[in-house]
Ligand binder design. Structure first.
Ligand code: 5AD
Ligand code: SF4
Length: 340
């Protein structure tokens, strides 16, 4: 559906008709992508990052974080467990940790693909050659938020990073045939509603296959510790409008929403979202991957019970757990390859 910038701004600002917007997005979600909620196993394999994003708890100047990266064996073993539990996608996420070169990561991707799962990479800005190597090793999707399309704001928040370079990376990823996930934060300091409307139109225009939208939550060990942060209301509205603009894409109920309210993700699933990304990283490491405070850590010492509780939460709001790979496009080339 097409909406003008003026209409988007009106929807974002309209407190009175919020419930109507959210339930409309819910109906559009049902019509285009049905009642399935696709589960993605989130594997946070390294909290080491070369960047210094002002908002992020993992920024390199935060010396209070105990840094880790998982070994290849730990990653493959966690993915195996996730696949055994029933996950059909593994999301491999990290800071921009250059230890994981293509030469080190590709064999891990190949090993995980043997478990018959789709693989999403979320490891930041890399060279074209790296993106190509990961794709050839079997990665199906790539997730990298643009964070904001206000370039001036972006450069203030991500020192030494280039908005244009990030955009170029997204275009490379798309060209290489990955399913492309991107997204934004709302409630960043000095971010306006006008700018969030631009962000939504940008995501529509580049044709993302997945869009993650979350509220900015100030982290105490960052320069933005005293900022206000985004609200759940604004995040839900932004997400609902995304569903109207791109009715058949994948939209996660983000963990940042759950950090702001106990039923944040359930609300999101009832307002346009159709994806959940439960964290499968082993407890000890998971705690160290703190982008923002209030992140819910998985208690997965009894993985089966934990997985079943995620599924029953989905069922309790009248939805069903997705059975397939849950991609936006119906066929995944790398799956064809592995099945051949
Ligand atoms: N609050 C909310 N989201 C954050 N992210 C990073 N720091 C924060 C924060 N303080 C998000 C960014 C990044 C994703 C992995 O986490 O959008 O792309
Ligand atoms: Fe690194 Fe990502 Fe955090 Fe920025 S948001 S500091 S790139 S982990």
């Amino acid at each position: 559906m097409n909406l003008s910038k003026t209409e988007i701004i009106r929807l974002l600002s309209d407190d009175e008709h919020e419930a109507k917007l959210l339930s409309h997005a819910d109906a559009v979600r049902r019509q285009y992508v049905g009642d399935e909620v696709h589960l993605r196993a989130l594997l946070e394999f390294s909290n080491i990052c070369r960047n210094n994003c002002l908002y992020c708890g993992l920024r390199k100047d935060n010396l209070k974080v105990k840094r880790y990266h998982l070994s290849a064996e730990e990653m493959v073993e966690t993915a195996r467990l996730a696949a055994q539990l029933g996950f059909k996608t593994v999301v491999m996420q990290s800071g921009e940790d250059m230890y994981y070169t293509a030469a080190r990561l590709c064999p891990i991707i190949e090993a995980i693909k043997k478990f018959d799962v789709a693989i999403t990479l979320s490891i930041g800005e890399r060279s074209y050659a790296d993106y190509k190597a990961f794709r050839e090793a079997g990665a199906d999707r790539y997730l990298m938020r643009i964070e904001t399309t206000n370039q001036e704001l972006y450069h203030r928040l991500d020192p030494k990073m280039s908005w244009q370079h990030r955009y170029d990376c997204l275009m490379m990823i798309k060209e290489l045939g990955y399913e492309l996930g991107s997204g934004i934060m709302v409630g960043l300091p000095d971010q306006t509603i006008d700018s969030v409307a631009d962000d939504l139109l940008f995501l529509q225009q580049i044709g993302v296959d997945m869009a993650g939208i979350g509220p900015f939550i100030p982290h105490p060990e960052t320069p933005l510790a005293d900022c206000k942060g985004g609200t759940l209301h604004l995040a839900l509205r932004t997400m609902a409008i995304m569903r109207l603009l791109l009715p058949d894409i994948n939209i996660p109920a983000t963990t940042a929403m759950e950090a702001l309210a106990q039923n944040g993700q359930a609300l999101a699933l009832n307002s346009g979202a159709n994806v959940l990304m439960p964290n499968v990283t082993a407890g000890g490491y998971c705690k160290l991957y703190e982008l923002y405070p209030g992140q819910k850590h998985s208690i997965n010492n009894t993985p089966k019970q934990w997985y079943d509780s995620v599924c029953s939460k989905i069922n309790s709001i009248g939805r069903i757990v997705g059975q397939g790979y849950g991609g936006h496009k119906s066929t995944l080339l790398s799956h064809k390859k592995s099945e051949a």
